[in-house]
Design a binder for this molecule. Structure first.
Ligand code: MV4
Ligand code: CA
Length: 450
């Protein structure tokens, strides 16, 4: 096991990683920008290195500076967290070249999942279900039009180089195809410098269900249950939960086995998430695979009673997975909300300010707060506006949701605008409680929530 690791990140995830590393007796090196001199992750670490000015490109994305800090400090491994360099193959390569372990997947796996269409081809060959459609090299209008007709309308035209919902166009009927095709191509060329398109059958009310997978260096691979992340706003997850409601154990098992199969198809090592579109009729289709630990991993930790960052450190140090599939079971239900410094009265634009007053809900076996900030901190505009995560657990979804409502009432922040009020309305909404949820939930309840 490593004696010292460097965390190439900031905020709540850096703090969260340090907490587990310290529990394991591993020393931590923090890196920070000028704006983060007094940040919580710097205070929690055993030592800290200044990377440079506030902008990410001058600090948290400076591969050379991060490697320099790791070498000077004698860290043996680097944990990238999520965002920043967490899925950057160049970074993983540079670490290896400098004799530093990357607490993440092999470079080949990051690259394989980097292109949406290449990922789909790999998954197709691995027998993982895909949405009916076409994602090949022939980009002629006639062929894609023929494939659309074969799928059956409505179809979705997606820019191959797109992601996170950008460069997608719904075509409701054949008469609209030509105009949509030209527009999607133009947008792909202007936004991603690549006009290549793929076409898929459009699922009108899908859910976003993702499976947590973990593989070690000894050929073992398991899934640690699923998560439902359908409640999103502009492709930003707002509330996540585990297990995904109203999915039978059989389907969850089938999805989990597909996800592990997908990971093994790319010789995966470490924590990964396979995202599926889940249709109301119980069918599921591969969407993409994330080769990093996700923001919402705590809901999986609470229902499996496992510490996924501990698993990451063990696997990166060459140890086998702590559990076999048969040892993994799900207990109760967990929900997570993301606390954002956003101004709901200004269309949720990122907010800045000072946390003049901060009171977090009392933590217990039912309530967990992963925070990157403390009272008195100033939140800047330089980084992602998510300042903390509130995670709850209880024996059932209903009880967990009541815990969430109570915890949100107890969460108090003055001096900085946040989305806490919006989250309370969401947690209190009857349709959310009865889980009348798909990816269109927030738009559908817009008036009641805003
Ligand atoms: N064939 C087909 N049908 C419906 C879809 C609906 C979405 C979608 C659209 C809008 C919000 C979403 C939130 C979570 C997951 C998916 C969505 C979607 N996305 C959005 C971003 C990317 N992850 C894939 N792909 C889809 N593909
Ligand atoms: Ca994703």
């Amino acid at each position: 096991m490593f004696t010292k690791i460097l965390i190439a990140n900031r905020g709540e995830i850096a703090c969260r990683i340090i907490e587990t590393a310290h529990k394991m007796g591993v020393k931590c090196v923090a890196v920070y920008s000028e704006a983060d001199r007094n940040a919580r992750h710097v205070a929690l670490a055993d030592e800290a290195f200044l990377l440079g000015p506030a902008p990410s490109r001058d600090s948290y994305l400076r591969i050379d500076k991060i490697i320099e800090a790791a070498k000077i400090s004698g860290a043996q491994a680097v944990h990238p967290g999520y965002g920043f360099l967490s899925e950057n193959a160049e970074f993983a390569k540079a670490l290896a070249e400098n004799g530093l372990a990357f607490i993440g997947p092999p470079v080949g796996a990051i690259e394989a999942m980097g292109s949406k269409s290449a990922a789909k081809t790999i998954m197709e060959n691995a027998g993982v279900p895909l949405v009916p459609g076409y994602h090949g090299d022939d980009q002629s209008r006639e062929l894609i039009k023929a494939e659309a007709a074969r799928c059956g309308y409505p179809v979705l035209l997606k820019a191959v180089a797109g992601g996170g919902g950008k460069g997608m166009r719904v075509v409701w009927q054949e008469s609209e195809f030509d105009e949509a095709f030209d527009a999607a191509k133009r947008e792909g060329e202007s936004s991603f410098n690549n006009g290549d398109l793929l076409v898929e059958k459009y699922l009108t009310k899908p859910r976003h269900v993702e499976l947590q997978v973990f593989c070690d260096r000894h050929g073992n691979g398991v899934y640690l249950g699923d998560r439902d992340c359908s409640v999103q706003r502009r492709h930003q997850k707002v509330i996540e939960e585990a297990p995904a409601p109203n999915i039978s154990d059989e389907i969850r098992k089938a999805m989990g086995e597909s996800a592990v199969q997908a990971a093994k198809a790319i010789d995966y090592v470490g924590a990964g998430t396979v995202e599926f579109l889940y249709d109301e009729d119980g069918s599921y289709y591969f969407m993409e695979m994330n080769t990093r630990l996700q923001v919402e991993h705590p809901v999986t930790e609470l229902v499996t009673r496992q510490d996924l960052v501990e698993w990451q450190l063990r696997v990166a140090a060459g140890q086998p997975l702590p559990l076999a599939q048969s040892d993994i079971s799900l207990h109760g239900h967990s929900l997570e909300v993301r606390v954002y410094a956003e101004d709901p009265d200004a269309d949720f634009t990122p907010a800045t300010g000072t946390l003049d007053y901060l009171r977090t809900p009392v933590e217990s076996k039912y309530v967990r707060v992963d925070t990157g900030v403390i009272e008195g901190d100033t939140v800047s505009h330089y980084y992602d506006p998510m300042i903390a995560k509130l995670i709850v657990w209880d024996e059932s979804r209903e009880l967990a949701l009541t815990r969430m409502q109570q915890a949100l009432e107890d969460y108090r922040i003055c001096g900085l605008k946040t989305n806490l009020g919006f989250l309370s309305k969401l947690a209190g909404s009857e349709s959310f409680r009865r889980f009348d949820v798909d990816t269109g939930f927030i738009e559908r309840h817009h008036d009641q929530l805003f």
